[in-house]
Design a protein around this ligand. Sequence first.
Ligand code: ITT
Length: 207
Amino acid sequence: MKPKTNTKSIYLATYNQGKIKELSALLAAEGWQVKSLHDLPAEIQPTWIEDGDTFQANALIKARSLKGLVKGNILADDSGLVVPALDGAPGVYSARWSGDQEAPDADVKNNQKLLQELSSCKTPEERQAYFVCSLAFIDEQGEEHFFEGTCHGHVPMKLQGQGGFGYDPLFIPKGHTVTLAELGSTEKNRISHRFHALQQLHAYLTS
Ligand code: ITT
């Protein structure tokens, strides 16, 4: 069978260091050579406006903005936390939910806001949440493909743990008693929304 890519090198269209770390570890384990926007010269850094209504639309905006600037495979990740008790917020607005600050300030403010918004919800059932990771993959031929993964759990009553990034200190995955920030990167990479989305990409490439 003809392989779906000729090279196993890939550019990540993200500026988020947490995503770069996790995606790089997961892709390297599958034999990929991974580069990110930080490996590009300053004059060809892509910019984008994430104005899509869905994770997939935003992932595609990011992937397309890198297309034309580099040759080869491109992968973009749009992700976020969905809280049914908050009508799906922060959802696609996860990164900038509390304003326009950059991480890590944004992470601190977003987490404060999440605790505040959920203050009237006291049980794990009421505080259910899930992460979504939508990946847009543009292959060497320019074909666009999409993969999505989720990770279900709930939001604890207070911040727990120092690891990970974003909402990790406020997310206890189903079947666990500690947050993603306490679990450590190896375990997070076995259960995360990002891992599940990458599994789909891997299944596609090897089918
Ligand atoms: P890029 O657009 O450069 O990829 P970003 O941080 O703006 O970086 P998103 O628009 O996809 O990325 O926003 C995702 C936000 O959702 C991110 O900033 C985190 O706050 C949160 N998030 C996503 N995945 C997460 C994870 O695995 N753990 C904790 N929080 C996560």
